[in-house]
Ligand binder design. Structure first.
Ligand code: ADP
Ligand code: ZN
Length: 528
């Protein structure tokens, strides 16, 4: 790739007017400019766009940016144009353009004026576009929102699966940069595999949002919960907040209840007409209302820096969703409070919503819900659980910014029980998931266990004085401590890590807090 020789810092100043790079930006840009495949994992707001925009502007030829959302594409192009004096430096090519507009874009591309071309994956499925791109000098391909490639991501797009084959048709030597704000280890490996990234440089930024306070509250009867929410909002009088609910009807109901309690609130959901939606969004941005009660339709592309609280009236369907939705609090780095109401009923409701989906999707959905449940019930630092979900280690003992750290539960010694778990996983040759391991430890027979003669193992039933709930909780904490891990490729198989092996050789004291218990009584069913 031919690169115009100027220092990166000068280029940053010239093109964007910024004085310094944010986070990993500089090293990422160097990686792309050197022609290496590059994988960027950076939380929202971290400054991902600049990672491909600047090298695109510095390279000869045009960079292709694959982006899943047509609506955001125009936005992106306008932003780039805003920094430049020339309008044709960036274009997008998708199904919304007229014939005349497409012709203009092609002319600008052929004359080398355009440095960034945003395309939808659909654009790349058209042979005539691929043929056209083949004739152009393309500097590199950027795949934005790369998690869309994975069924384990929160926004799977089947067209993304075909990207590799389409890119190869343009030129199989093009460097690829993949970017995402949301990648668990499983999603990461899917991205590398599906895009065929060649020995990529991988840059993972921390997902820790140290200014956010995380809290779980038990969800009781409806009017009690609403009372609790009203009280909470009064304690944050005059501040902006978002309340997320599962369904449209609840957004309206809650907004009405809040209004009746002297809180300025509006509902927001996909069932409203676009004008009303735009109006309500503006009311929130301009602080004509304090609270917006929304389904997850609200938030994409919303940038209000001083949202002070995000309340989840229902638990979200994955921890990834929770992270994204709570991430809208405290964007300015100041106070942000995240409260989530939790009940078993809401978990069942989420499961119920998947009833008509194909089996594989249901299984995947159930796994994701499981992680959220584990988060809610855990007595471990919330931050630690969230970051572990993103494959990040958080070693601090007490984050001071979550309910579990502020009000720790009493801890118990589990050294010998940890040994039992490790021995069981080893005895099962690391070929089984949590449920099976727990069955063996608690001495629960099943046809499979008999067939494999696992009821003959020394560890079989060795932990029967505690129930499955206890052992599951312990397994999770052992994962957090890095003593065991789940196999990423074959989802769910438990393995003993090096740290776990060392522990087995020389066990040491381990204290853990047992899970919170949420009573079934009191929480109330609402209809959809
Ligand atoms: P992401 O795509 O990761 O969510 P963006 O690319 O939208 O993040 O960037 C977030 C904000 O940070 C934008 O307002 C952008 O202009 C700003 N930004 C990015 N890089 C820099 C930098 N080096 N210096 C100052 N501001 C930056
Ligand atoms: Zn904590």
């Amino acid at each position: 790739m031919a690169v115009v020789k100027v220092s990166l810092m000068d280029a940053l100043r010239e093109h964007f007017g910024f004085d310094s790079f944010k986070g990993n930006q500089e090293i990422i840009i160097q990686s792309i400019l050197s022609g290496k495949d590059t994988f960027v994992i950076m939380p929202t707001g971290g400054g991902k766009s600049l990672c491909y925009q600047l090298p695109a502007l510095m390279s000869s030829g045009c960079a292709l940016i694959v982006s899943p959302l047509i609506a955001l594409m125009k936005n992106q192009v306008d932003l780039v144009r805003g920094y430049s004096s020339k309008d044709n430096v960036a274009h997008f090519l998708n199904s919304t353009l007229s014939k005349a507009q497409i012709k203009k874009v092609r002319t600008d591309l052929l004359t080398g004026k355009t440095k960034l071309l945003y395309v939808a994956p659909e654009t790349l499925t058209k042979q005539e576009n691929l043929d056209f791109f083949r004739e152009l000098e393309i500097s590199f391909i950027a795949v934005d929102e790369a998690h869309c490639i994975s069924e384990w991501g929160h926004d799977f797009r089947p067209e993304y699966r075909r990207l590799k084959e389409m890119i190869e048709q343009i030129n199989d030597k093009l460097p690829i940069i993949a970017l995402t704000a949301t990648a668990t280890p499983k999603v990461q490996s899917d991205i590398v595999k599906n895009l065929g990234l060649n020995d990529p440089n991988i840059y993972i930024s921390s997902f820790n949002r140290s200014n956010l306070y995380y809290e779980i509250r038990p969800k009781r009867k409806k009017d009690q919960t609403i009372k609790d929410i009203v009280k909470y909002i009064h304690q944050h009088k005059g501040k902006s907040g978002i309340i997320y609910t599962l369904n449209r009807k609840t957004t309206e109901e809650l907004a009405d209840m809040l209004t009746a309690n002297n809180i300025k609130a509006v509902a927001y959901h996909a069932g409203l007409d676009p004008t009303t939606r735009a109006q309500r969004q503006d009311m929130f941005l301009h602080e004509d209302v304090e609270v917006i009660v929304a389904t997850i339709a609200f938030g994409m592309g919303i940038d209000k820096p001083d949202v002070r609280f995000v309340i989840h009236y229902n638990i979200p369907k994955s921890l990834e969703n929770y992270y994204q939705e709570t991430g809208r609090a405290g964007r300015d780095g100041l106070e942000g409070n995240c409260v989530c109401y939790y009940s078993h009923k809401d978990v069942q409701k989420l499961e119920h919503l998947m009833r008509d989906k194909p089996l594989s999707e249901r299984e995947m959905g159930a796994q994701l819900i499981n992680e959220t449940v584990a988060y809610a019930e855990s007595a471990v630092c919330r931050r630690k659980v969230i970051l572990h979900y993103f494959g990040e280690k958080y070693e601090t003992e007490d984050c001071g910014q979550c309910d579990n750290c502020r009000n720790p539960k009493e801890k118990i010694e589990v050294k010998n029980r940890v040994v039992i778990v490790l021995k069981a996983i080893r005895a099962l040759e690391e070929r089984f998931g949590s449920e099976y391991v727990v069955n063996v430890i608690t001495g629960k027979t099943s046809p499979q266990i008999s067939t494999y003669r696992h009821d003959q193992l020394e560890v079989f039933g060795e932990g029967k004085e505690f129930d499955a709930h206890f052992w599951n909780s312990l397994l999770r904490q052992m994962m957090l401590e890095g003593l065991i891990e789940k196999d990423i490729e074959e989802y769910g198989l438990l393995k003993v890590t090096d740290k776990g092996k060392k522990f087995l050789k020389k066990p040491y004291s381990i204290m853990v807090a047992l899970n919170h218990q949420f009573d079934e009584e009191g929480s109330e069913e609402e209809e959809e």
